[in-house]
Each structure stands twice: as C-alpha cells, then as structure tokens.
Design a protein around this ligand. Structure first.
Ligand SMILES: [Fe+2]
Ligand SMILES: [Fe+2]
Length: 214
C-alpha cells in the first residue's frame, strides 16, 4: 500500500542517483576524459530540487516530528546547512574551472548527501511513519510538494522520473493520483510519459488506468 512517505523515498533515490552521475563525471573529467561538462552541470538543477526539498522538510516534516520526537530534527537542520556549504564549495570550484577541486567537491557532497539521506530514511522518516498519523503525513508531504514552483513542475518531472526505478515511479504516480485534481493529474502523466519513453508501458501495466488517459 502506497503511503505519503513513499514520495520522499522516491525523491531521495533520485538525489542519490543524480549525484552518483555527477560525481562519476567529475572524476572522469579530472582524469582528462572530455565531454562531461553537461553531466557535471547537472549539479545546478540537482541543488535547486535539493533546496526545495530541504526547505519543505524544515517547513512541514520537522515540525510534525518535533511534536512526537522532540529535539531530533535540529541535527537534520544542521545537515541541511552542511549540504548548502557543499554546494557553495562545488559551485566555486566549477566557476574557476578547476577539474580536480570540482571532483573533490562532488565526492564530499556525495558522501555527505548519502549519509544524510540514509539517516533520514532509516531514522527520521521511520519515526514519522511510526508516530505521525497517515493523514498528518499526507498533509506534511503535500506542503513539501507545494515547494516545487508551478512553472518548474515540468522540469522537475523530466528530472525525477528518469532517475528512479519502476517501484518509485509507481508510488509517486499513485500519490499524485490521490493528491492532484483530475486535470492536473492528466497533465502530470503526459509529462511522465515524455520523461520515461519506452518505460511508460511498464507503468501502464502496473496502473492500467493510465493507458489512454494522457
Ligand atoms: Fe533532508
Ligand atoms: Fe530528505
């Protein structure tokens, strides 16, 4: 049964995979392989989504957690500021066109991002699942989802869906189906179809109601 927190799990997986691509490209680039600038440049949009996500957590998830597990969230706020610093360092290295320093920064960013996301999945969101009611989880996740600016939603879908597996795609789509007005959901599924190409058939196999809807 899909629950609201599954949307967060999907986005965490997308962050992991995108940063893995960015870091691998930065390392290959530092070793002299040409043509990887566009992959390294993904860090800009990656970080925009990361900021929307972290802001949404601080606005909605962490206050809900504070009610049921006081003083846990403050450590995660510190992590978010450390991620901001990781972005600033990477941005500086890219702007002075220093491939070695860029690769050092993507490695540090990736390492800390992975630690942060694993802690959130295994600790923070475990407490949310255990101690916050499903309707309240839904409200908090809806506030987070509202952090994606309307005019960037298409870009967000085109970024997200290629980075996640079939289970996460299904969960995310089911959550949108429950949360969005029908017309908005049809628009979202059109974007999903464009984002995943041939994999659309697997999603419609899992959710036959999508076939012909978009
Ligand atoms: Fe976070
Ligand atoms: Fe998170």
């Amino acid at each position: 049964m899909t629950g609201p927190i599954d949307a967060v799990v999907a986005i965490h997986n997308a962050f992991r995979h995108d940063m893995q691509h960015i870091d691998s490209a930065a390392l290959d680039s530092a070793r002299g392989k040409p043509g990887l600038e566009a992959t390294v440049e993904r860090f800009r949009f990656f970080n925009e989504v990361l900021e929307w996500h972290a802001h949404g957590e601080e606005l909605a998830i962490f206050p809900a957690l504070e009610e049921v597990a006081p003083s846990v969230a403050e450590a995660y706020v510190k992590d978010h500021r450390a991620l901001d610093a990781a972005f600033d360092a990477l941005n500086d290295a890219v702007s002075v066109d220093d491939p070695l320093e860029t690769a050092r920064c993507t490695k540090a960013f990736r390492y800390f991002l992975d630690v942060h996301l694993d802690k959130e999945d295994g600790h923070l969101y475990r407490l949310i699942r255990e101690r916050v009611s499903v309707p309240d989880q839904g409200k908090a996740v809806a506030v987070m989802a509202g952090g994606v600016p309307q005019d960037r939603f298409a870009e967000f879908v085109m970024w997200l869906y290629p980075l996640i597996g079939d289970d996460d795609r299904e969960n995310m789509t089911r959550i949108w189906q429950m949360a969005m007005p029908p017309e908005a959901f049809v628009g979202a599924t059109q974007l999903v179809e464009a984002a995943i190409g041939d994999d659309w058939s697997e999603l419609t196999r899992r959710m036959p109601e999508l076939a012909g809807a978009s």
